[in-house]
Write a protein that binds this ligand. Sequence first.
Ligand SMILES: [Zn+2]
Length: 443
Amino acid sequence: MTIFEDVCVVSFNPPSVSESCDVACAGKGEPGEGTIVEVGKRLAAKYPGARRVAGAYLSPGLVCGHTHLYSALARGLLVAIEPSKDFAQQLKNLWWRLDRAIDLPILEWSAMAGLADAAMCGVTSIVDHHASPEAIDGSLSVLKSAYEQIGVRGLVCYETTDRNGPEGAQAGIAENLRFAREVDNERASGREPLVDGMIGAHAGFTIGDATLAALADAVGSTGRGIHIHLAEDKYDAVDSRHRFGSDLAARLDAAGCLTPRSVIGHGVWLSPSEIELMNERGVYLAHNARSNMNNSVGYNSLLHRHAKVVLGTDGMCADMLEEFKFAVFRHRESQGPWWPGEFLACLDRGNRLMEDYLGGTFGRVERGARADLVLWDYEPPTPFVGENVAGHLAFGLSARSVRSVMVNGNFIVEERKPAFDLARIGARAREETRRLWKRMEER
Ligand SMILES: [Zn+2]
């Protein structure tokens, strides 16, 4: 048992900052394992023997709604990459050479490095979208093992695509199905998984109708939602109307792939009628402001029309507070109607995605909720109250204030020290990076 003593609880939705209180959490093997067992006053007397952690600000853990852990070893990439004139060329010249060069050991250390980074930034859940066309089978289990070693929760899927022929597409679908069964078996044996699976697909323009039908079957048979990039670049939207005679979202819906557990990445070029359709079906939109800026794909000026926006990093550095700031400031620059408060609701909404897949209550500091928490060292220079939580996040609070991070009642970072070997992960990641970059030169 851990008791956070004299903490002010920071809630994101609705935003609030509480009076000083105690929060008791059950760790591994304790009654109520992985949950907050009580919020109140002077709890130490009630739970003798509990570990006592002195106060500061305590908030729910942060959720990343869309990323690519396979890109963690692309940081500072020193490989000769032909200059690209557009997004499709950028995929071909850079990202599709990178993903083909990934083998399972490279994936393992890429994921370990990316997850460790995220944990240090107070991120407790991560939704990953994975591709490694030359090492598909078993790749999602490699990812899952990395999540478990770092102690972060999340969802994974394999980016099914037709760009490596029908066999490549079938292997992608098979990996999503295999992994869903693995998680179902884990549940059937009475264990609670830290990681669940979605049905992954790369993007509208790399998925033909036969593969889309097979993905829809996988959605139906596993009960999971699809996770796909749509309209990240205008090219995807144009291609869908040109080749398939249909808007992207309508095409997915006609196949039966728009369900309330689905995540659509980017959606920069979706039309108002497609957004309406997504809202009717209850589909999540993962907004990745920094990545869209970096890829020059344009700004999602209809973002505010989406009902279920979550924030993702799309493989950029894992810091979700930084991502939140980018989302806010890029939107302000475009003179959109949202303010930091709306983006705070988006940051919080990643928790609903966790609830949809993993069950229980996420993102709340209350009795019975999941004990996924961040303890912050923060000395606000101005009053920190419910009305300005979003303002403090946009203009002040940053990952440098993360003191301790708890997932499922267990510390993965405590007093700024990770429970994993950060130096070893860095060393192994750099070794695998050398191999990855060399393999990229060969492709
Ligand atoms: Zn992405």
